[in-house]
Ligand binder design. Structure first.
Ligand code: ASC
Length: 150
């Protein structure tokens, strides 16, 4: 009993230094990482798509509502990337994510960069500018899907 506790305590104490596991430390299993990133993308989709009827002119431009969607989008869009660690291949993710990590990182950064003008535009209340920024973000979503989603 005492010995097994000591072994357990040693393993716990050493665990930050044991780098042999194939997946990001944050997730216990690859499947957890896959579910996490899929959930994050669902949230991104929900809060980005919420702007679609606005930019299409199907609903009145409610600036407060748009800013609310964008504040959530700015947070949730930071989430999925950490869940593409080594050993988490699967889901709809293309193997190119792991074969071309620099390209995938660049695609993420390009997408995230489009959120800055989109968010800034939402403070101006100009629908034409909002639409243009929305299209830029949507294009960067699509570009990443084309290259890195199966
Ligand atoms: C969305 C959504 C995406 C992007 C992409 C834009 O609303 O869910 O993945 O926009 O379709 O081309």
């Amino acid at each position: 009993m005492k010995k097994s506790f000591l072994t357990f305590a040693m393993v716990v104490a050493m665990s930050p230094f044991i780098a042999t596991t194939a997946q990001a430390q944050f997730f216990g299993k690859a499947d957890d990482a896959i579910k996490y990133r899929q959930g994050a993308f669902q949230l991104m989709k929900a809060h980005f798509s919420a702007l679609q009827p606005v930019v299409k002119g199907q609903v009145p431009y409610d600036q407060v509502a748009v800013k609310g969607e964008l504040s959530v989008l700015n947070i949730v869009s930071t989430l999925p990337w950490q869940a593409f660690g080594p050993g988490t291949e699967g889901g709809d993710a293309s193997d190119d994510i792991w074969l071309d990590p620099e390209g995938f990182k660049a695609a993420q950064e390009k997408f995230l960069a489009t959120l800055q003008p989109l968010t800034a535009t939402s403070n101006e209340g100009n629908l034409d500018k909002l639409r243009a920024a929305f299209v830029e973000t949507g294009s960067s979503c699509k570009a990443c899907h084309d290259s890195y989603r199966k």
